[in-house]
Design a protein around this ligand. Structure first.
Ligand SMILES: Cc1cc2nc3c(=O)[nH]c(=O)nc-3n(C[C@H](O)[C@H](O)[C@H](O)COP(=O)(O)OP(=O)(O)OC[C@H]3O[C@@H](n4cnc5c(N)ncnc54)[C@H](O)[C@@H]3O)c2cc1C
Length: 427
């Protein structure tokens, strides 16, 4: 049966791939002079490519409603795949509809810019791809010392310039300009995306609400715990398992927002705890940030609590590895009425975090933790699966190979796909 998360993803793809381009194709076809009928397919490819580029830019503004529906990692996957296919369509458009002068110039420049940025982004920005193709992951790891994530973000923004070139390209074609119904759609969509982009970048709290970092301490080697006090009035809506983007407006080199999961269920005291492993410039730079200081916090994003709610969970199976355990800690914290089996693994020689909290939860009648160095055997976990899975939910957090392994094993064991949720730490 179509239900829950899988259904929403299916709908998101359907709307993105077919529904959104449809009115553009229809109105364009209606107004196309008969003289150009033989080139119609090539023109249509161009139209679809433009609609998908606009959609990709809109997704890049991190709309919260899209995140709550399908999650930002999935939204970014749609963003990436549609952009790549759009470039192929743009190529077919270019080859199938010869042009000259400024029309050709703007089209060509846009195309080459898109291609160059796509190649770059495939390595540096598409975590959903690099985590599946090991050679890309190796290239990324090696080149990242030179091409920092912040630089990649800035280069990626040049896609907006390429899209503006396409916008101009379309204006220059007289018979397209004369097609009123198409032009109304074209302007409306372009203006909507421009306004959304400008709003996301320029609004007062574009990097989040101003909070206060009140403590920053090392709780294990290379792992820091940040405690943030959020403003009492205009505050964020944070559900257990969510993540936020944080940045430090007054600290040089720490101004670009980075995503981190919350480690506690946020109560009326508005205190948020983050647990962060030092993996790169920003995360290692936290060593030098002393509290108290201003911090911008944007969120909440994430799907863990929606999956619990959608499936009316009465039993939870949690499997977390390494730093991927963080969002699952807040899930346990915020869902104390749900019977929970909690499997937490770390690589040999690396520390478990929050052992005291986990020990406290063990006093609950409905909570059982299993912590071990090295991976769990399939049987260890399969043996605790309930017979009736109707209100049973599995939440996964940790490295990509771990998450994908358990998804596969649990689906095979009969856990419904929409009852399993894995949120990766990359997109
Ligand atoms: C949903 C989500 C939740 C996360 N929760 C946690 C957490 O609770 N604890 C924790 O330690 N880590 C968490 N991370 C990972 C954390 O965001 C990255 O380790 C951090 O951003 C790396 O930044 P850096 O500058 O230190 O390292 P860099 O060397 O710049 O980057 C290391 C890797 O992190 C990724 N990355 C860097 N900057 C960003 C960014 N702005 N947005 C997305 N990815 C980025 C890049 O793919 C890069 O390969 C989470 C990531 C995501 C996507």
């Amino acid at each position: 049966m179509f239900s829950g998360y899988k259904y929403k993803i299916g709908m998101a793809w359907l709307i993105s791939v077919f529904v959104l381009p449809l009115p553009f194709i229809y109105t364009f076809g209606q107004g196309l002079p008969a003289l150009y009928a033989s080139q119609a397919p090539a023109f249509m490819f161009g139209v679809i490519a433009y609609v998908w580029m606009l959609l990709a830019i809109y997704i890049g503004t991190k709309p919260k409603w899209i995140d709550r529906l399908i999650g930002l990692p999935m939204a970014y996957m749609i963003h990436g795949i549609l952009s790549l296919v759009a470039i192929i369509l743009a190529f077919l458009h270019k080859e199938g509809s010869p042009s000259a002068g400024l029309i050709k110039l703007t089209g060509d420049y846009a195309f080459y810019l898109f291609v160059a940025l796509a190649i770059y982004s495939l390595v540096f920005m598409a975590g959903w791809l690099t985590s599946r193709i090991s050679i890309l992951e190796v290239i990324k790891k090696n080149l990242e010392k030179l091409f920092k994530h912040e630089l990649s973000v800035w280069l990626h923004r040049l896609n907006v310039i390429a899209t503006i070139l396409v916008f101009i390209h379309v204006q220059l074609i007289d018979y397209v300009r004369a097609n009123l119904s198409f032009m109304i759609l074209f302007y409306a969509a372009s203006m909507f995306v421009t306004a959304s982009y400008a709003w996301a970048k320029l609004k007062d709290d574009s990097k989040g609400y101003k909070g206060k970092l009140i403590s920053n301490q090392e709780i294990a080697p290379n792992i820091r715990e940040l405690t943030i006090r959020l403003p009492k009035k205009r505050s964020l809506r944070l559900a257990p398992g969510d993540y936020v983007f944080i940045s430090f407006p007054n600290i040089k080199g720490m101004g670009e927002p980075h995503p981190f999961s919350i480690a506690n269920a946020v109560g009326s005291d508005k205190l948020v705890k983050l647990v962060i492993r030092g993996d790169g410039d920003f995360t290692r730079g936290l060593r030098n940030v002393s509290a108290p200081t201003d911090i911008a916090v944007d969120g909440g994003f994430g799907m863990y609590q929606s999956v619990i709610k959608d499936n009316k969970a009465k039993q939870l199976l949690i499997i977390g590895g390494g730093i991927g355990i963080v969002p699952l800690l807040s899930v346990v914290d915020g869902n104390e009425n749900i019977e929970t089996r909690f499997f937490y693994t770390v690589t040999k020689g690396t520390p478990f975090i929050y052992q005291d909290r986990i020990a406290q939860w063990q006093n609950r009648q409905n909570f059982q933790a299993y912590c071990q160095e090295g991976r769990f055997q399939n049987e260890q976990i399969l043996s605790i699966l309930p017979k009736d899975m109707s209100n049973f939910v599995v939440l996964l957090g940790g490295p990509a190979n771990m998450g994908r392994h358990w998804k596969k094993i649990l689906e095979k064991a009969g856990v419904p796909v929409s009852h399993i949720y894995y949120e990766e730490f990359s997109w």
